[in-house]
Design a protein around this ligand. Structure first.
Ligand SMILES: Cc1ncc(COP(=O)(O)O)c(C=O)c1O
Length: 382
């Protein structure tokens, strides 16, 4: 018999959608959670140079000092809070490993962890792996899927160890306001729990929205564990580099876990991330502008289809479309969409919120146009 901790995690039903998609040769894939751009060439070249120069060994387990120094500088410049590069930054194998380390490093069996739904599914899996008790607090579509402080506070108990938060949100694209975030920090300080703040989509922000890092609020540093990554910002999903910023004592404990699982993050990829932070930042804006156009196209198009409604996403690269009028479970609807229209999307129930589907616009415009055309045809027929 295998361990209960692994048996407690379910394999996502989304794989059944992928199995259906594999039966068609003409599918359009709008379920992807990664930029469709390649990593900018100057970053790739830095890695090639690093490999040729012998960057093929273990690095310090915390990560290379140059990269940690640049990350500490970035946080200082953008969020006006000091983290020592020497012992308050940990380079991990992507944001995913950072999240896992942060949750395994804080949650004891029986501890309650608040997840705001819709959530990124690995939050739930990590809490279960840690033996924690997930307390899922739904955010409402009428409130643009943003945190409601009153409702959250009602779910805080003596057993609450942490709350996992991400803005911009995957799958909704919601960006949380300064007021709500600062009140959440106050709540965490007052009620003594950690906030694990996953900010991997921080640069994917549209219009006049602003990203507020949780660590930028007064007194946040002691309560907030910051998780971030190079994956989305620099289109580096395959490189697997992310990081944690946390106070010295916390980070020292996390380091033991990280060392046990990974020893260190990929050495040449860390060098590439130095180039990413030191090099020109225009590549980010170029991607965001392109995504903004796609976002506007898809939003308008989907809102024109009977039975589908979408709240304008303000960040990330997803639309969380409301299909409640169609009176179908989201998993069934996503299956139908694959079978009848060859359009692959993700079921909202996988993110803890049924009645919605997630469409990713990290796909070229011609594919988005064709997907919209097929969805329109399919729903007019239905
Ligand atoms: C909200 C969120 N956090 C973290 C991650 C993990 O990203 P990575 O491990 O590539 O940094 C993802 C990936 O899709 C995500 O959507």
């Amino acid at each position: 018999m295998l361990a209960q901790r692994i048996l407690s995690v379910e394999r996502s039903p989304f794989y059944s959608i992928m199995d259906l998609a594999a039966k068609r040769s003409d599918c359009l894939y709008l379920h992807l959670g990664e930029p469709d751009f390649d990593t900018p060439p100057h970053i790739v070249q830095a890695c090639q140079k690093a490999l040729a120069g012998g960057s093929t060994h273990y690095t310090p387990d915390r990560g290379i000092p140059e990269l940690r120094r640049l990350i500490a500088k970035k946080i200082q410049t953008e969020s006006h809070v000091g983290y020592s590069f020497e012992d308050e930054i940990l380079i991990t194998a992507g944001g995913q490993a950072a999240l896992h380390t942060a949750i395994m490093g804080t949650v004891n069996p029986g501890d309650e962890v608040v997840l705001l739904s819709p959530y990124y599914p690995p939050y739930l899996a990590n809490v279960l792996l840690a033996g924690g008790v997930p307390i899922v607090v739904p955010m409402k579509s009428e409130e643009d899927f943003t945190p409601n402080l009153e409702i959250i506070e009602r779910h805080i108990t003596k057993k609450t160890k942490a709350l996992v938060l991400h803005s911009p949100n995957n799958p909704t694209g919601s960006v949380y306001g300064k007021g709500a975030l600062s009140q959440l920090v106050d709540l965490a300080v007052r009620r003594n729990f950690f906030i694990i703040s996953d900010e991997v989509y921080e640069k994917y922000i549209y219009g006049d929205q602003v990203h507020w890092s949780l660590v930028s609020f007064p007194n946040a540093k002691e309560r907030v564990i910051l998780v971030n990554s190079f994956s989305k910002t620099y289109a580096m999903t395959g490189w697997r580099v992310g990081y944690i910023a946390a106070p010295r004592e916390t980070l020292l404990q996390f380091l033991k876990y990280h060392h046990t699982v990974n020893i260190c993050a990929n050495s040449a990829a860390q060098e590439a991330c130095v180039a990413a932070l030191e090099g020109p930042q225009g590549c980010i804006q170029e991607m965001v502008e392109e995504y903004d156009q796609r976002r506007q196209f898809l939003m308008k198009g989907l809102n024109g289809i009977p039975g589908i409604r979408c709240i304008p996403p303000r960040g990330a690269f997803y639309i969380f479309a409301d299909i409640r009028e169609l009176k179908m479970a989201s998993l069934d609807f996503t299956k139908y969409l694959v079978e009848e229209a060859g359009v692959v999307t993700a079921n909202g129930s996988g993110f803890g919120t049924d009645g919605f589907i997630r469409l990713s616009y990290a796909a070229p415009m011609d594919q988005l146009r064709e997907a919209w055309r097929r969805m329109q045809l399919f729903l007019e027929r239905a």
